[in-house]
Design a protein around this ligand. Structure first.
Ligand code: FRU
Length: 432
């Protein structure tokens, strides 16, 4: 339910409420250290932002030919960073040590759906690769549109590179639309009353009983005149949700919509890149969201938010009471974004990308006021330091950081000095 006066039938969804979000604040548990540019970007020729690791069915990073592999949204680094979403292209990178990455190339050469491809996930299943992605706009459209569908590319494989080193991801791929909004549980674009519309960011999830799901970012329909949010029309535009679809057969190419796991009606418009970590029977649901997508009257942050439940369908309660797990420091509020957490035994490891640094204006909108040179200079365009997070029941605490883009496998032990990866930060302040 979306709060007491929410628009939805009691179909099992949990709510992130204004009461929860009213408690959001930076404190000594949730602020990441300041990030300084690394000596090298992941690839100097590319802007790299939303990133996900090729994963095995159980959610852990896959290892193929001794390499772990990431897929990322990319664009030429000649491009003004703000334009990158309009030309986003999926590329893959691989690494033998999880620290230094080689560019593998484009995941798809042709045939992909959408005028550009946005975030998703990539499943490794016995040498086969399934890439779930967002088809944004339609191929060959004359003017860019913001329609979104959840797409699948199947038929790909991953194998050792030609000289025996590294990996090659190859087609031929078969692209299809997997999911579109139904207009009832999931808003269609033409129903949208908000500043942005979302139906994107598919995340493959296999539960411990083998049941197979896709999570995604969506919006809950809130018709005009609804009594949601006490009838406050401005708040009603904030209607983000975490959607879920189930594969009745376990086939990773066949999904049916189910009611959302969680929504944030009257609270927030974009619950981005939802994903789950299951530990000791507790389901931890994570999303990224922005300062500017919170409803009027709520002070939120560009941050990773989390919720916990005893079962997949909930009921989810915000971690730490309010939901915020980690955020950027006040003097660099947009330095990282698009966080993804995975389990590393005693800790969670959280990856993200290095966004705008040396920039402390109140809103990202002001980036456009900078000269083009400054917009280029202040955009990180590479992976951010991985953040180590301690998890104790429904409470979290930042423990430290690893290097930019460091992606350890489960069996690797982490440095005893929790801030070992912050050394290249020039000894800057760790909090605030
Ligand atoms: C988050 C995000 C994703 C989307 C991508 C587009 O950073 O908004 O939800 O897929 O960026 O670039």
């Amino acid at each position: 339910m979306s709060g007491d006066d929410g628009p939805n039938a009691p179909d099992g969804r949990s709510a992130w409420t204004r009461d929860h979000a009213a408690e959001l604040r930076r404190d000594e548990t949730n602020v990441t250290p300041i990030i300084y540019p690394p000596s090298e970007r992941l690839d100097e020729d590319l802007h790299v932002w939303d990133t996900w690791w090729l994963r095995d069915r159980d959610g852990s990073p896959a290892e193929v030919n001794g390499c772990r592999v990431i897929v990322a949204l990319t664009a030429s680094s000649d491009l003004l960073p703000g334009k990158r979403h309009d030309v986003a292209t999926l590329r893959y990178f691989y690494s033998t040590d999880g620290k230094s990455w080689e560019t593998g190339g484009r995941v798809f050469e042709a045939g992909m759906l959408g005028s550009r491809q946005w975030a998703g996930s990539a499943l490794h299943d016995d040498g086969d690769v399934y890439v779930y992605y967002t088809a944004a706009g339609t191929a060959d459209e004359a003017d860019l549109s913001y329609s979104q569908r959840i797409a699948l590319a199947e038929g790909g494989t991953i194998s050792p590179g030609d000289d025996g080193d590294g990996v090659d991801i190859d087609g031929p791929w078969d692209h299809s639309v997997l999911l579109e909004p139904d207009g009832e549980r999931y808003e269609r674009e033409e129903q949208s009353r908000g500043m942005t519309y979302t139906f994107r960011d598919p995340w493959f999830f296999e539960d411990e009983d083998g049941a197979t799901y896709l999570l995604f970012e969506a919006n809950t329909p809130v018709p005009e005149g609804s009594d949601a949010c006490g009838g406050d029309a401005a708040q009603q535009e904030f209607n983000g949700s975490v959607g879920i679809a189930h594969s009745p057969t376990g086939d990773p190419t066949d999904f049916e919509l189910r009611p959302p796991l969680l929504d944030a009606v009257c609270v927030n418009q974009e619950l981005e890149r939802p994903h789950l970590v299951v530990r000791d029977g507790t389901y931890y649901l994570f999303v990224s969201s922005h300062h500017h997508t919170f409803a009027p009257g709520i002070e939120g942050y560009d941050a990773l938010y989390g919720f916990a439940a005893d079962g997949l369908r909930g009921e989810y309660e915000p971690l730490n009471g309010h939901g915020m797990v980690l955020t950027n420091p006040a003097n660099a509020p947009f330095q990282a974004y698009s966080w993804l957490a995975y389990d590393h035994g005693d800790e969670l490891l959280v990856t993200s990308f290095f966004n705008y640094f040396d920039y402390d204006r109140p809103s990202m909108d002001d980036v456009a006021l900078l000269s083009e040179d400054e917009q280029m200079r202040r955009f990180g365009g590479t992976l951010a330091p991985t953040v180590r997070v301690g998890l104790d029941g429904r409470e979290t605490r930042i423990l430290g950081t690893l290097d930019h883009g460091h992606l350890p496998l489960a069996r690797e032990s982490l440095p005893a000095d929790p801030f070992a990866g912050a050394d290249d930060a020039g000894g800057g302040p760790r909090y605030y």
